[in-house]
Design a protein around this ligand. Structure first.
Ligand code: GSH
Length: 345
């Protein structure tokens, strides 16, 4: 069965110290149910794909697992659910899930919605265009008169409108909410162009019968900071934000899932910054009691999920997917990127 057919079949402990915790009903619910509901894309190779047992795997799913490891002490307590793009935001606002990790761009107007909060950017992306190789097009500037397929309710549609009108290029848009239908329209030639985040295009290309028959054009026409979304809850937001900082700090300090046991076994001999990251009587421990997390939250994240670089390499840096990190915004700040580990102290 082709990947697209596969997709069609799959369809789209501590309690906070009394008086000192920030307090949050959503966190209370997560602890009470011992389960964290996290929304992802139903099928986006390398980002979220159900395995043979129906368990979602991939880059975006690892941030659901990060949250469950930090809050519940067990990455396996993330209840990861696939859902369509627009429905994911509606579900968060309707309190039907605790968070989403699914390539949603943080924009001002979305974040102004009081029913949801953008917490931390896990991937800096930009919008691009994919066309059949047979079209012989090498630049988006050659797309005059083209029919462009894009996601309903996405930033993609807004960016296309700006970009084409700024250049006086005529185009037609096929605004298709259902991902399966959209990909079918593109792969069957109903649309000349598929527009989306470049990572999404990279993933969608792998769902074609012959990925080599499609090319992603060089233009990157927007900033798409793909960001974790949660229900509004000060405690949950801090837990997610600082869990991500733990992953960045661990990478910068070269602590990974593979060596973290040795590192904590020998903590007193580690650099002070590593002691602060894992020591229960240091910054990490103080944060745990203030936010309301298990004392070993930072260890659990790194042991069970990994540092940011591991998470990136596991899903995106593979030979099959091959998304280069060096030289991009997703590199650590110390290597010229925007991934800037905030001090844990
Ligand atoms: N990042 C942009 C684009 C998001 C987007 O178009 N996502 C699509 C392409 S990956 C999607 O998630 N479709 C799959 C679905 O609806 O399940 C946004 O936040 O508006």
């Amino acid at each position: 069965m082709s990947p697209l057919r596969n997709f069609l079949v799959a369809s789209c402990f501590m309690i906070a110290t009394a008086g000192s915790a920030i307090g949050g009903p959503v966190m209370d619910e997560i602890r009470k149910d011992d389960r964290l509901v996290c929304l992802v894309n139903t099928n986006s190779p390398a980002f979220s794909v159900p395995d043979s047992e129906g368990v979602y795997r991939g880059f975006n799913t690892d941030f659901c697992r990060m949250a469950a490891a930090a809050i519940l002490g067990d990455a396996g307590k993330a209840d990861i659910r696939g859902i369509g793009f627009s429905d994911s935001m509606k579900t968060i606002v309707a309190k039907g899930a605790h968070m989403a990790s699914r390539s949603i761009t943080n924009t001002g107007t979305r974040d102004a919605n009081p029913g949801m909060r953008f917490v931390v950017t896990t991937f800096f992306d930009g919008q691009g265009f994919m066309v059949p190789r047979s079209l012989g097009v090498t630049s988006a500037k050659e797309l005059s008169g083209a029919t462009v397929c894009a996601e309903e309710g996405s930033t993609t549609l807004l960016n296309i409108a700006d970009w084409f009108s700024d250049r006086g290029i005529q185009y037609r848009v096929e605004n298709i909410a259902d991902k399966t239908a959209r990909l079918q329209a593109f792969f069957s030639g109903k649309c000349d162009v598929l527009a989306s985040d470049r990572t999404a295009l990279n993933s969608d290309r792998l769902l074609a019968d012959d990925p080599e028959a499609y090319v992603i054009l060089p233009e990157v026409i927007s900033n798409e900071p793909l960001t974790l979304l949660s229900q509004p809850d000060a405690e949950l937001e801090k837990a997610l934000y600082w869990s991500f900082q733990v992953m960045l700090n661990a990478e910068a300090l070269k602590v990974s899932s593979g060596n973290v046991d040795n590192v904590v076994a020998d903590l007193a001999d580690q650099p002070k910054s590593v002691q602060r990251l894992f020591g229960q009587d240091s910054a990490a421990g103080e944060m745990a009691s203030q936010i309301g997390l298990p004392a070993e939250w930072s260890y659990n994240i790194i042991k069970q999920v990994g540092n940011y670089g591991e998470v990136y390499d596991r899903s995106l840096g593979t030979e099959d997917y091959g998304l280069e990190r060096a030289g991009t915004a997703n590199a650590l700040f110390s290597q010229g990127g925007l991934m800037y580990p905030l001090p844990i102290r």
